[in-house]
Design a protein around this ligand. Sequence first.
Ligand SMILES: NC(=O)c1ccc[n+]([C@@H]2O[C@H](COP(=O)([O-])OP(=O)(O)OC[C@H]3O[C@@H](n4cnc5c(N)ncnc54)[C@H](OP(=O)(O)O)[C@@H]3O)[C@@H](O)[C@H]2O)c1
Length: 247
Amino acid sequence: MALRELTGKTALITGSTAGIGAEAAGLLAEAGADVVVTGRDSDRGAAVVRAIADRGGRARFVAADLTDLASLHRLATEAGHVDILVNNAAAFPVAPTVSQDLESFDAALAANIRAPYLLTAVLAPGMVAKGAGSIVNVSTMAARIGMPGLSVYSATKAALESLTRTWAAEFSPAGVRVNAVAPGPTRTNMVLSTLGEDAAQQIAKTTLLGRLATPREIAEVVLFLATDRSAYLTGATLAADAGRTAA
Ligand SMILES: NC(=O)c1ccc[n+]([C@@H]2O[C@H](COP(=O)([O-])OP(=O)(O)OC[C@H]3O[C@@H](n4cnc5c(N)ncnc54)[C@H](OP(=O)(O)O)[C@@H]3O)[C@@H](O)[C@H]2O)c1
C-alpha cells in the first residue's frame, strides 16, 4: 500500500509521455499527487494519463514543445501552482564534436538548459511564497565522465547540475529544495532508438552492476527527491548509475 504522502500537491513532470518521466508520473500519482503530464506527443500523453486514472490517480496532459518559447510559457500558465517540478525532458544529440550540427546544438541547449531554466524561474516563486516545494532535475552520468559523441548532451547536463546548486542557494532558504539525479544507462527509447541495443549493453557492462537500469529504478529516485523522505537534501546530485562514476 503506497503512502499517500503527496496528497494535495501538484507535480509537473516534463517529458512524462515516455520513459523515466512516464514512470515518475505514475509513482508520484500513486503517492497522491495531481500530475501534469507533458510532452509533444498527445497520444502518448493521453495513454499515460489514462494509465494513471485506471489506477485511481489524478493526472492531466498539457502538450508542449520545450524548444518553443511560446509553448513553454503556455505550459507554465496551464500548470498553475506547482509544488513539485521535475525537469526531466531532454534532447539527446549524438555526434562527434567535429561533425556536430549547430541546429541540434541549439535545440539541445533550448530543451536541456533553457526550458528547465525558464520553468524554474516562472514556477519557483510560487513555491517560495508557500515556503515549500521540490525541484528535481534529471541529469546523466555523462555529465561527469567523458563519453565520445556526447559533447553537447553532457555539457547541457553539467550545466543543469550547476543550476541545481545555484537554485538551491537561491530558493532553499525559503524552504524549496532543489536536487538532481544523474542516471546511468536506462532501458528507454532515448538510448535504444539512438544508440541501439548492442551499444546500450556495451555501456551497461561498464557499470559495477553490469546492466541497464529500468525506468522504474530511476523514477524511484525522482520520487525520493520529490517527497519529504529527502527532507534534508538540497543542492545534491544523486548518482543512480550502478557505480559507473564511483569506480
Ligand atoms: N535513458 C537513459 O539511459 C538516460 C541516462 C541518463 C539520463 N537520462 C535522462 O533521463 C531523462 C528522460 O530520458 P528517457 O531516457 O526517459 O527518454 P525518453 O524515453 O526518450 O523520453 C523523453 C521524454 O522527453 C520528451 N521530450 C523530448 N524532447 C522534448 C521537447 N522538445 N519538448 C517536450 N518534450 C520533449 C519526450 O516526449 P515527446 O516525445 O512526447 O515530446 C519524452 O516524454 C532525460 O533528461 C535524459 O537525459 C536518460
